[in-house]
Design a protein around this ligand. Structure first.
Ligand code: C2O
Ligand code: CU
Length: 479
């Protein structure tokens, strides 16, 4: 009798633990096939919600294309392959290429050009897309599998067409299984040149198999640049975490960030903290005496001739909150139509049936996260805060946002426009943007494994919906 009672109690306790666990497990399952429109819940940020669920009808993302007619000024075909290849510096790597190389070809356009890129997938088994990171293209050209298109299967192709509107430094990468494909090399750089002809140097930083590279070269590489010449060094972080970078051997100016010029840049020697996915343009005159070093940790790029400087990057870092001089923002955050919170946290639980410590947005786990809803023309203020224990480089597609404050301290320098913003643990940033590009846009962490672990949601426009689905027959998996 005693024994039975004991067993019954044990069984009861077990069930008391298992049943809620089973419930949590079952409710965490992400359907095999779903639409971004059905994910989570709509957050209207204090603005009107239009006619209730109007965001399910109206315009289709598929119709929000770039110019479909007209002769392109720049036309490129990029063929994606999964293959063994050698880095520019000679090491073998098993990953992904575009036209046989990684990084893929540099695409150069001029402001105002019509760009046409044809992606051909020769052998990437899970499919591929191209996302134009930092270029605020029309939504249908954004290259997000399951949101703005279907992943391009092996044997398939997809044509992207968009106007190169804003001069600057950008990059492109697959947005299908991006956490694996980008790390594996499926990316390249794209530069939109301004009216003025200028000499520039591209430095795309990427880590292959734990080996940090600049333009596919490990260790220390060199490029010839005439001494006394003023150059623009375009540094691109294609990795998943922040990189302390900067030039050693001369003072430089930080003249642009994320494809947007800064105002009143002053000469510095401090390091620049370059968020994952972000870009920085450094203006410098190559010293007459010799060489300049771009430092990216274990990889460096020497510009010019002569002996490389032995010095290390200084401990100080450039802080764009105070760097440069103010200028009009072109929007009034005090008159915001919507105010959103993007609170990043972390808690134990199940994600798609897998137990773990998972990221949360406003306390919710993927896919029960908020979808931020706006109407075209809205001024939007978003407060991004992070108490998750790790830093997150947050990337909003299709828009540039301006930083208003950090931890309650108002920005006092140059207008600081970003498409990718490092939000450190225990930091809070207030940003603002104009909702001027209708569509359904990803808004996620660019530490891509974090996005695949659920740190991603969308910005939606009233009256716009996507016909594409995540999962399903095309196996769309944007993260
Ligand atoms: Cu560079 Cu959503 O990506
Ligand atoms: Cu993250």
């Amino acid at each position: 009798m005693r024994k039975w009672k004991g067993r019954l109690i044990a069984l009861g306790v077990t069930l008391a633990v298992l049943v809620p666990l089973a419930y949590l497990w079952a409710t965490s399952l992400v359907p095999n096939d779903y639409s971004a429109m059905e994910m989570g819940y709509a957050d209207y940020g204090g603005g009107p919600s239009a006619a209730g669920h109007q965001h399910h009808g109206g315009k289709s993302v598929a119709d929000l294309t770039g110019p479909r007619t007209g002769k392109p000024d720049v036309a490129v075909t990029l063929t994606a392959r999964k293959q063994k290849f050698t880095l520019a510096s000679g090491e073998a790597f098993d990953g992904f290429t575009l036209n046989g190389t990684s990084p893929g070809p540099l695409i150069r356009a001029k402001q105002g050009d019509l760009v046409e890129v044809t992606l051909v997938n020769e052998s990437v088994p899970e499919g591929a897309t191209l996302h134009w990171h930092g270029i605020d293209v029309p939504n249908a050209e954004d290259g997000v599998a399951g949101v703005t298109q279907d992943a391009v299967p092996v044997g398939g192709k997809h044509v992207y067409r968009f106007k190169a509107d804003v001069a600057g430094t950008y990059w492109y990468h697959s947005h299908q299984v991006s956490s694996e494909e980008v790390r594996g090399g499926l990316f390249g750089t794209i530069v939109i040149g301004g009216a003025e002809e200028e000499e520039d140097v591209i430095a795309a930083i990427h880590t292959y198999d734990g080996k940090r590279t600049i333009n596919g070269r490990t260790g220390s590489s060199r490029m010839d640049v005439a001494p006394g010449k003023k150059i623009r060094v375009r540094v691109i972080n294609t990795d998943n975490t922040i990189i302390r970078t900067g030039l050693i051997g001369a003072q430089y100016k930080v003249i642009a960030v994320d494809g947007r010029d800064l105002t009143g840049p002053t000469p510095v020697t401090a390091a620049f903290p370059l968020a994952a996915g972000a870009r920085v343009d450094l203006e410098v005159v190559v010293p007459a005496s010799g060489v300049l070093r771009l430092d990216a940790g274990t990889a460096t790029l020497d510009l010019g001739a002569g002996d490389a400087p032995a010095a290390k990057l200084p401990d100080e870092t450039v802080d764009l909150l105070t760097y440069g001089t103010p200028a009009p923002l072109g929007l009034d955050p005090a008159k915001a139509d919507r105010r959103f919170e993007y609170r990043i946290g972390r808690r134990p639980g199940f994600l798609d049936g897998v137990p773990g410590l998972w990221w949360t947005i406003n306390g919710k786990k993927f896919p029960d996260v908020p979808m931020y809803m706006v109407a075209e023309g809205d001024v939007v203020v978003m407060t991004i805060s992070n108490s998750s224990g790790q830093a997150h480089p947050m990337h909003l597609h299709g828009h540039h946002a301006v930083v208003l404050s950090r931890n309650g301290v108002a920005a006092s320098g140059t207008p600081w426009w970003i498409d990718t913003l490092e939000v450190g643990d225990k930091e809070t940033y207030e940003i603002a943007f104009v909702a001027d590009n209708p569509g359904v846009w990803m808004d996620h962490c660019h530490n891509l494994p974090h996005a695949s672990e659920g740190l991603m949601t969308h910005l939606g426009y009233e009256g716009v919906s996507t016909p594409y689905r995540v999962g399903g027959e095309h196996g769309n998996e944007p993260e």
